[in-house]
Design a protein around this ligand. Sequence first.
Ligand SMILES: CC(C)(COP(=O)(O)OP(=O)(O)OC[C@H]1O[C@@H](n2cnc3c(N)ncnc32)[C@H](O)[C@@H]1OP(=O)(O)O)[C@@H](O)C(=O)NCCC(=O)NCCS
Length: 287
Amino acid sequence: MPLTRRPGTAADARGLVEVYAAYDMVEFGECDMERSDIEAMLALEDSESLVVEDDGIVGFADLAANGEAETLVDPSYDGAKDLHRELLTWAVQRAGERGIGRLEHWSGTSPEHASRVLGAVGFEAVRTMWRMHRDLAAYRPEAVWPAGVSMRRFDLERDGRDVWQVVMTSFAGAYGSHLRPYDDWVTRTIGTGYDVVCAEEDGAVVGVATTGVRGGDGHVGQLAVLPEHRGRGIARALLHECFRRDAVAGRAATTLGVDGENKTARQLYEKAGMRVTKEFRRWERDV
Ligand SMILES: CC(C)(COP(=O)(O)OP(=O)(O)OC[C@H]1O[C@@H](n2cnc3c(N)ncnc32)[C@H](O)[C@@H]1OP(=O)(O)O)[C@@H](O)C(=O)NCCC(=O)NCCS
């Protein structure tokens, strides 16, 4: 049966859940891509995608306007490697046509699988990201807020833009972070099931942590404290509040991802009892 190729639609989320699960197990040794993450990706207006079908979906590629590319193939498909190369080539070609200057893509650490294909299509491994893990068994975490700082219950309508502003200001200039428009940020966080822990002082939001569930564990998506409020223990309190919520919900662990060269954040996480459990590679190439 010849392969068919077409743009992805919201209706593909169901079929893609299975392809993601199979691909991620081979590539990363685990799958924590939730259906809500796939739905959010398909809903983003500045992204375009390609679905390749045989008897069901065997390949998928997504390219965002900021150069974030995602490609995956069903590992049980006979021509998986060639198809993967085709999907990456599509991303490079579309990036060129859209005037996107640089592409980013993630892989696991095996030199086989995606790494081999990414290398063959001109990508270079530029950075390592770590998955960190905090076991919550027999642990009763408690957030200790610095004097003058308290927790605010998050309300999207009232606090959404303030939280987004704190995230964008805090991550500005951080390697690999993207300054996303407000609606895009909401789709990728609140739209995929995350809640927000807000730290406030004098009525203003000064630090935030987004907290959700990935692969059955609690997951911290973004942790950010405004530059002028750093070094006071606000991030530590936000992190412990995420642990506390996960423990209360009966989750076995809290996880998060951190850039391998973000020493400040890594030190914060290690002091809070988190340990590195996995590595991911970030690949990039000019177009
Ligand atoms: C990382 C970040 C959230 C820390 O916020 P913070 O409120 O200043 O952190 P805290 O005051 O709670 O510090 C807690 C611990 O973090 C570590 N830490 C914080 N700032 C540090 C620094 N400048 N250098 C080294 N370690 C630091 C320390 O271990 C500290 O514990 P200690 O005070 O007992 O030594 C903040 O710097 C930030 O928003 N950075 C930009 C966004 C970012 O990188 N987020 C994390 C991405 S995964």
